[in-house]
Design a protein around this ligand. Structure first.
Ligand code: 9Z3
Length: 325
């Protein structure tokens, strides 16, 4: 049922929509295994470390979700996102001492791999002699950094990477992470940079086999994906610090939409970005201020994420300390 704009969906109706989304979604492969990984990771990092403080844990979501059109999926609708924002942000969170659960869309940008070329295997490696391969001199530093840094943080138990493709996988995993992260209260953070589908075909009304062409235009009804941000904040992990992203192509409505997301979903911060300028600047919207964060080459950092994560870490600290009082 379509509601006139501005009217809230009643809580019971939203709860029912969410329940039906999860009940009808195809179940996550290896869900027991995935759940165990989340639990072990959060538990290990929440134990007091050498400085007598529990490590903070952030769940970074990255990349776009797909909406399958057929159960045996040949075609799907996709969302724009290279995963660069999530990958870069993960590096800065790790640098700031956080443990990171990196929920990413398969085959999108990975932490510490931003300087690698598009096809690392073919572009970084060269054949020497009959049976040996070696890293091309030009890429050797980038390859070394990617391998050593990734292996180090994974081995230390500071980075857990898990992939998703569809909206069904993404939301099921997000819910599992949230149920686990609720145990660490305000030390948990959600940094939701993934580009999440707004509309989908419910699994139960989706055709099983490949849609056939030849019978004229395709008529298909997509329903709205239930908004999970509010339940994440209110029910799944109520004490966690939550940051969502708002992406628009029309800069005139961007801040208004970000303000709306902040109040409607009770986010602590909304990062507003416009498609064409998102690599140059973002605006961080909180209930009290709007902070412009720009990429500043003169500071020797070539991305927006460095300053953005510094700001977020600082605000999260204030939030955590407000619970220690
Ligand atoms: C973003 O806005 C991200 O910053 C980008 C990053 C997807 C633009 P890249 O991955 O790009 O570096 O290529 N993510 C959130 C987009 C989104 O779907 N937001 C929803 C909305 O705008 C709210 S959850 O309605």
């Amino acid at each position: 049922m379509a509601l006139p704009s501005g009217l809230e969906i009643p809580k019971e109706a939203l709860d029912a929509e969410i329940k039906s989304f999860f009940e009808s979604a195809p179940s996550l492969k290896n869900s027991d295994d995935v759940g165990q990984k989340f639990e072990e990771f959060v538990k290990k990092n929440s134990l007091l470390s050498g400085n007598g403080r529990a490590r903070r844990v952030v769940c970074v979501t990255s990349g776009g979700t797909t909406v399958p059109l057929e159960q045996r999926c040949v075609r799907y609708i996709d969302n724009f996102s290279s995963g660069h924002r999530g990958a870069a942000s993960t590096e800065y969170f790790l640098k700031a001492g956080y443990a990171v659960i990196f929920l990413y869309r398969r085959r999108t940008c990975q932490p510490y791999c931003r300087s690698l070329p598009d096809d690392p295997l073919l572009e970084c490696l060269e054949i020497v002699g009959d049976s040996n391969t070696q890293v091309h001199q030009f890429h050797s530093q980038a390859v070394r950094t990617a391998i050593t840094k990734t292996h180090a943080v994974v081995a230390e138990g500071l980075l857990l990477k898990l992939p998703f493709t569809t909206i069904f996988e993404y939301l099921q995993m997000l819910q599992m992470v949230a149920f686990t992260m609720r145990n660490i209260g305000p030390h948990a953070m959600f940094y939701l940079a993934a580009a999440v589908s707004d509309f989908y075909v419910p699994w139960t009304s989706m055709v099983e086999h490949k849609i056939q062409s030849g019978s004229g235009p395709l008529d298909m009804r997509l329903v709205q994906v239930p908004k999970m941000l509010l339940v994440l904040r209110k029910d799944w992990a109520p004490l966690s610090f939550c940051i969502s992203f708002k992406l628009e192509t029309n800069s005139k409505i961007l801040l208004e939409k970000a303000d709306m997301a902040l109040s409607k979903y009770k986010m602590h911060m909304v990062v507003a970005n416009e498609l064409l300028s998102q690599k140059e600047e973002v605006v961080v919207v909180t209930s009290k201020e709007k902070i412009l964060v720009r990429r500043n080459k003169s500071l020797g950092v070539d991305d927006v994420e460095s300053t953005l994560i510094e700001l977020i870490v600082e605000r999260h600290s204030v939030y955590v300390e407000s619970f220690d009082l």
